[in-house]
Every structure is written in C-alpha cells, then in structure tokens.
Design a protein around this ligand. Structure first.
Ligand SMILES: NC(=O)c1ccc[n+]([C@@H]2O[C@H](COP(=O)([O-])OP(=O)(O)OC[C@H]3O[C@@H](n4cnc5c(N)ncnc54)[C@H](O)[C@@H]3O)[C@@H](O)[C@H]2O)c1
Length: 286
C-alpha cells in the first residue's frame, strides 16, 4: 500500500463533509468470514458443496427452498450461525469514529447480509443492505408477506453434509416454511419492503447533500457480483464523490480516484495512522 496514497486518502476523509461506507464480502474477511470469490474460494470454505458440484450461484437460489429445504437451510443456516457468532473486526470501529465526525453524516451501503455494521454499533437507519439480511426472515414465496427478526439461537446443520437437521425455521404465525430475507439469484419471491424503506432513507439523505463534499470509502467489494462497486462509481460520476477503494486483489480505480491494494483492516488502520499524523502536523503548524 503506497504511503503517499494512504496519506491522500486520509486527507480526503479529513476534508469530507459526508461519508458513504460501501462494503462487499471482503469487508468481513478480517473478521474471519469467508468471501465467495471463485468456485475454489467458495468450495474451500464449504467443502461438502465441492463434492456435490454446487457453486455459490447454484446454492443462492430460492428454488432449493421448494426442491430440497434441508439443503437450502444447510447453506443459509450455516451462514446464519457463523455470522451470529463472529465479532466484527476493529476496522468497523475506525469507520464509526470517522462517520460520527462528519457534519453531514454518513450512510452504509453494503451487499453483505451478515448484519455486522449494526452489530458494530452503526445506526439501523443509516444502513442500506442492498441484498437483504440473514437476520430477517420471511415466508418462502411470499414477496408481499411478513418479515420478522430471526431470533433463533442457531439453525442445526450437519457440517459433513451441509444439510439442516431437525425442525426447519418456520413463520411463527402461519407455520409456513421460512427463508432468509436475502435477494438470491433469479429471485421473484424476495420481499423487498425493508430494502425499499432503507433505500428511501438513503435517497433522502443523498438528496440533501447538494454542495457538500462526499467521500466514498469502498471495502472488499468485488467484480463478480458488482452491485457495490457500480454504486460507488455511480456516486463518483453523478454526485462528484471522491472514491477510496480498499481491496485485496481488485483495487483498480477510475482515473482520479484512490485504489489501495490491501486488506480492509490493514488499510483502515494505515489511514487512521495517517490521519493522526495530519492532525499532529496541523497542530504543530498553528
Ligand atoms: N459476510 C457476508 O455477508 C457475505 C460473505 C460472502 C459473500 N457475500 C455476498 O455474496 C456476494 C458475492 O460474494 P463474493 O465473495 O463474490 O464477493 P465479492 O465479489 O465482493 O468478492 C470479495 C472481494 O473482496 C476482496 N477481498 C478479499 N479479502 C479482502 C480483505 N481482507 N480486505 C479487503 N478486500 C478483500 C476480494 O479481492 C474481492 O474483490 C456479494 O453480494 C457479497 O456481499 C456476503
């Protein structure tokens, strides 16, 4: 990670009026969560699916909840358990500190379904989960039905087969089979009500930013499912935002933006350090 670019990033964050924190799967890697990059990455994290020849894009499909519910809940139940028991890494607190200091505030735009921004203390009404959350459940195939908070301690999964065992999660009111309120591939049954509310709050916040300096710090967002990267670049192109992209393997950026090749936690720590140095310099200069 070039020290000059790190210092440039720190100067941008210092001067920003408002911050968008845009995160993909790589943000969770330093907390100990796998990303799904490539089939090998996915199969290394979930070996039983290698034997079944099932890729992430095959499994993240609502059809399994009809065709083979224990398989569907094996995949999502395992993730639910893992995301619940894992603590967000220290980089989340660095971001919180920066966000709290911004006069025009912040918003989180994440494709992660792990709920780790809220878990780390970010306000629920400042988060847009563009692919939903594993901590909210809905009925299978009820795009307009109820959504409820998942409060089950864990979903029982046999990790040798990756199949859910015992009772599968159900709607406590209707008794129908539940599924996570996550947007899957080819998903016509996703209930997008919560996401629509999050989107409305976000749009309202962005609309009020006219003339303010907006910085996007994007962390661990990949090119395979590019929703987060596209959104960060949309803010650059349409709201004159400056982009700081922190990514282990895919840190390339459009001209004039900052790309830092490295891990999220290491990058955030380095920028935090550079910010402290900038502050010290400005104090000594006075
Ligand atoms: N924790 C979660 O909720 C979670 C986990 C895996 C995948 N997903 C979702 O599934 C979809 C596909 O996932 P994917 O794995 O293909 O995501 P992805 O395409 O976003 O790939 C991960 C990206 O993170 C980068 N990366 C890896 N480790 C990093 C680190 N320590 N620091 C910074 N960057 C790092 C990689 O270079 C890559 O660009 C996305 O929508 C993603 O959000 C969510």
């Amino acid at each position: 990670m070039s020290p000059e670019l790190v210092t440039e990033a720190a100067a941008l964050i210092r001067a920003a009026d408002a911050l968008v924190i845009a995160a993909g799967a790589g943000m969770g890697v330093d907390s100990g969560l796998p990303d799904f990059r490539g089939n090998e990455g996915f199969w290394n994290a979930y070996p039983p699916f290698r034997h079944l020849g099932l890729k992430f894009t095959d499994l993240a499909n609502p059809g399994w909840f009809q065709a083979d519910p224990p398989l569907a809940w094996g995949f999502y139940g395992h993730r639910y358990n893992l995301y619940r028991r894992t603590q967000p890494h220290a980089g989340f607190q660095i971001l919180r500190q920066w966000a709290a200091a911004k006069p025009a505030g912040y918003f989180v735009f994440t494709s992660n379904v792990d709920g780790h921004f809220q878990r780390a203390g970010f306000a629920e009404d400042r988060v847009l989960e563009c692919h939903g959350s594993i901590h909210r459940w809905q009925c299978v195939d009820e795009a307009n039905g109820r959504i409820w908070p998942a409060d089950q301690a864990e979903v029982s999964v046999d990790e040798t087969t990756m199949r859910a065992t015992g009772e599968l999660p159900r709607d406590p009111v209707s008794g129908k089979l539940a599924r996570p309120n996550i947007l899957m591939f080819g998903d016509t049954g996703w209930n997008r009500r919560v996401q629509d509310q999050q989107q409305a709050r976000y749009t309202q916040w962005l609309d009020a930013l006219a003339g303010r300096r907006l910085v996007v710090i994007e962390l661990g967002a990949g090119t395979a499912v590019p929703s987060v990267r596209h959104h960060a670049e949309f803010l650059v192109n349409h709201l004159a935002a400056k982009l700081i992209r922190l990514n282990l393997r895919e840190a390339q950026v459009p001209a004039g933006q900052i790309g830092l090749a490295g891990g999220a936690l290491a990058g955030l720590t380095a920028i935090q350090q550079a910010l402290a140095e900038l502050l010290l310099k400005s104090k000594l200069g006075n």
